[in-house]
Design a protein around this ligand. Structure first.
Ligand code: C5P
Length: 305
């Protein structure tokens, strides 16, 4: 096989996730602060005689290795957009990001596939063109390209970079099962309807953005907030125990990541993160416990494997 390109793409967590009412298009209006973390999927796209896709690493057997995979759909969408005459490729995905964990693993693979295929085919696409194409594949895909920290609105695909100083230290706890994103949004709607709640448009988390600009972890920690968390906990009640365990182990704060069930714990420095991770590993509440840094850069090309 001739020619190939590899993109490395970070996982995301939402430092703030405000969720508005269910819209007529089936999505919810969001006001969210994304943060890219140093857990990566590597996506390699090679020229090939016929389509193939292989997935290795964390949770690989749970990912569809067929044309329904979001990375395959991304390559297909790019080929159509750019009128690529011979779009047959072999895609290889090496996963570190937990599958169905609320950390945008599938979206990261789509972002990586776009970037790698654009390089393979030597397409001159602006970041803006790629981002527009990314948004057609999923609400989180544009952020996986952008990385860093960003304010997301609309479905989450409209992004504004957020000023941030330094890197924060995290412990990421992947739960034993996965959660379906639509099921978690649906559960939130159900819980809200049960309370007879009038759901307001989500507000911009200005205080959090000021804290991120200051780089003060103690200012950021109390402002972590996820409105999907009660819904994720309702569907997977063991998460309550995980969240408590993280705080008891010394984390400054912990939240469910996006629609979950992965939990992210913010720690006061790298040594603290290692201590918290070690303690949580011993409890057996998780499939995997990892330390991570973030915000980190978004998808980028790396030397091919
Ligand atoms: O955009 P994406 O395909 O990743 O979204 C998956 C699902 O998550 C949607 O079908 C919808 O049920 C839910 N979602 C939502 N509101 C958003 C983003 C996602 O309800 N802003």
């Amino acid at each position: 096989m001739m020619g190939g390109a590899t993109a490395r793409v970070p996982a995301k967590i939402n430092l703030h996730l405000g969720v508005g009412p269910l819209r007529e298009d089936g999505y919810h209006e969001l006001s969210t602060v994304f943060c890219a973390l140093s857990l990566y999927d590597d996506v390699t796209v090679r020229a090939a005689d016929e389509f193939s896709i292989s997935v290795t690493g964390e949770g690989a057997h749970e990912v569809p290795a067929d044309p329904t995979n979001l990375a395959a759909r991304a390559v297909q969408a790019l080929a159509e957009y750019a009128n690529v005459a011979d779009p047959a490729v072999a895609i290889e995905i090496a996963k570190q990001i937990p599958v169905a964990g609320g950390m945008a693993g599938g979206s990261a693979d789509a972002a990586g596939a776009l970037l790698a295929a654009a390089r393979l085919w030597r397409l001159e696409l602006s970041r803006e063109d790629l981002s527009d194409l990314a948004a057609t594949l999923g609400s989180d895909v544009p952020f996986c390209l952008l990385g860093g920290a960003a304010l997301g609105s609309n479905r989450g695909e409209e992004l504004l970079p957020v000023l941030h100083r330094g890197e924060l230290h995290w412990v990421v706890v992947a739960a034993k099962g996965g959660l379906s994103t639509p099921a978690v949004y649906h559960e939130l709607d159900r819980l809200r309807a049960g309370r007879g709640e009038k759901v307001r448009p989500p507000e911009r988390p200005d205080e959090l953005m000021v804290a991120l600009a200051s780089g003060d972890v103690h200012a950021v920690a109390p402002l972590l907030h996820n409105e999907l968390q009660p819904a994720a906990v309702s569907l997977q009640p063991l998460l309550r125990r995980t969240l408590r365990a993280g705080r008891e182990a010394g984390a400054l704060a912990g939240i469910v990541s996006g629609s979950g069930p992965t939990c992210a714990f913010l720690c006061d420095g790298e040594d603290s993160a290692i201590a918290v991770a070690t303690e949580l590993s011993g409890l057996g509440v998780a499939r995997a416990v990892r330390t991570a840094r973030g915000p980190v850069a978004g998808a980028r090309l790396i030397p091919a494997h």
